[in-house]
Design a protein around this ligand. Structure first.
Ligand code: GDP
Ligand code: IMO
Ligand code: MG
Length: 428
């Protein structure tokens, strides 16, 4: 049966989703982004050549594959054009492979200014990527935002822009005491880019319905991760979109019955960029080893990522929230030299022992992880391509993750390169 597969992060983003989407695109005919924006940074490494994608789906390097940016994605026209140009310079025929939704919200320079202003003036900064993501989603929900379909009529576009910018500038000047944004600069930039993007704008729901009817294997590429979900994550330290699998339907317009597989991607340990609770975070030498071996620096903002052990309490919650069919465990190789590897299997909160996240998410910050310990394997897993060839302690560690989450592992990643992957099961 043809599969429609959703790929989501099970942690706080940067799980290696991009690498896995690129790897699986070999079997797909279309790849769809359905939420987030250029806060995402998805890294592909193909025979040593690195490509970082922010908005464009991670299938773009494959010939004959359609890449769709659907309505759930907030689009910065400037960031999109820059990404398109970079890929074209590498010889990728982007205009032949990419399509954009008519109903995607537009991120303006004033959204970015508001994002920065908020981060600077609040005591409890989220640690956002400062890409204007939150303010753009706010305007969408408040029903005052611009969308790509507004490019069809430039007169109307400028009228709507004027009204929105008046509002943004009022906030910037009178609430944040910052400089206003220049209307004509933003208008000129939009009108220029409009010409380039117009040919790509399409009715994505109709396209997806047709592809589904034609039995196309389709990948839906999640951005961020489960615990950055605006409803289900570690609120308020979250992004402003729904990042869990359910968003693939609302964020693309493909009806919910047409999805039949969810692949959850998790690192073999945990990382987080930005602020917010992280129970298994390590502040010692072991955390530093993970950061250095895993090269844990943000692909968008270059910030050092916070590092810690795998948290199976949260991983089980991710399995539940996304109805995950199977797991992909990435960056197993980063643990190769560890003497002892820990997994958090419960939390202590005051006098209580919790097997699930606390009812009030803010209490996650007060949860003390309870660990089980596993012996390391002290050898390189990167050259290995078969599960049975992995060191026995690595096999046991992975089997333990399956048991704790009651979910099979279908893919293991043991290096950043496309080929450094162990496939246990056919996903698509
Ligand atoms: P995404 O946002 O989920 O696509 O992940 P990012 O690309 O932001 O971050 C993952 C980082 O880990 C990137 O630098 C990848 O090249 C790298 N990576 C992915 N899988 C592996 C792996 O199995 N081993 C190692 N060592 N690096 C990996
Ligand atoms: P990918 O798709 C990791 C984090 C930010 C911040 C919070 C809110 O590469 O996994 P935002 O700019 O979205 O309002 O920031 O979310 N964040 C990510 N962290 N990976 C990402 O994307 C992220 N996108 C946003 O660091 O804590
Ligand atoms: Mg990333």
């Amino acid at each position: 049966m043809t599969k429609t597969v959703i790929i989501v992060g099970c942690q706080w983003g940067d799980e290696g989703k991009g690498k896995i989407v690129d790897r699986l695109t070999e079997y797909a005919k279309a790849v769809v982004r359905f939420q987030g924006g250029h806060n995402a940074g998805h890294t592909l490494l193909i025979q040593g050549k690195k490509t970082v994608l922010r908005l464009i789906p991670s299938g773009i390097l494959h010939a004959g594959v359609e890449c769709l940016i659907a309505n759930g994605v907030v689009i910065s026209p400037e960031a999109l054009i820059q990404e398109i140009d970079e890929l074209i310079q590498q010889g990728i025929p982007v205009y032949q492979r990419l399509k954009l939704s008519a109903t995607s919200p537009i991120i303006l320079a004033s959204h970015i200014a508001l994002d920065v202003a908020r981060e600077k003036t609040t005591e409890n900064a989220i640690g956002t990527t400062r890409r204007g993501i939150g303010p753009a989603y706010e305007d969408k929900v408040a029903r005052r935002g611009l969308r790509l379909c507004d490019f069809f009529d430039s007169k109307q576009l400028l009228k709507k822009l004027q009204a929105l910018l008046d509002y943004h500038n009022f906030l910037l000047r009178h609430y944040y005491h910052m400089d206003e944004c220049d209307y004509s600069q933003i208008a000129d930039s939009l009108l220029q880019i409009r010409e380039k993007l117009l040919p790509l704008i399409t009715d994505i729901p109709t396209l997806l319905a047709k592809y589904h009817q034609d039995n196309w294997p389709i990948l839906f590429e999640g951005a961020q991760g489960t615990f950055l979900d605006c409803d289900q994550g570690t609120y308020p330290f979250v992004t402003s979109s729904n990042t869990i699998a359910g968003a693939a339907s609302t964020g693309s317009g493909l009806g919910i019955r047409h999805f039949n597989y969810v692949l959850g991607v998790s690192k073999a340990y945990s990382t987080r960029v930005g602020n917010g609770p992280f129970p298994t975070e390590l502040f010692d030498q072991e955390g530093e080893i993970l950061r250095v071996r895993g090269q844990e620096y943000g692909s968008v903002t270059k910030r050092p990522r916070r590092c810690g052990w795998l948290d199976s309490v949260l991983l089980c919650r991710a399995v539940q929230l996304n109805s995950i069919s199977s797991l992909c465990i990435t960056k197993l190789d980063v643990l190769d030299e560890m003497e002892v590897i820990k997994i958090c299997t419960a939390y202590r909160l005051g006098k209580q022992v919790l097997q699930e996240p606390p009812l009030h998410p803010e209490n996650l910050a007060n949860c003390v992880p309870l660990y089980e310990e596993h012996p390391g394997w002290k050898s390189s897993t990167t050259p290995i391509r078969k599960f049975s060839a992995l060191p026995i302690n690595a096999q046991r560690y992975l089997r333990r993750i399956e048991t704790l989450t009651n979910t099979p592992i279908s893919i293991i990643s043991i290096g950043a390169d496309r080929e450094e992957t162990i496939m246990l099961d056919k996903i698509i």
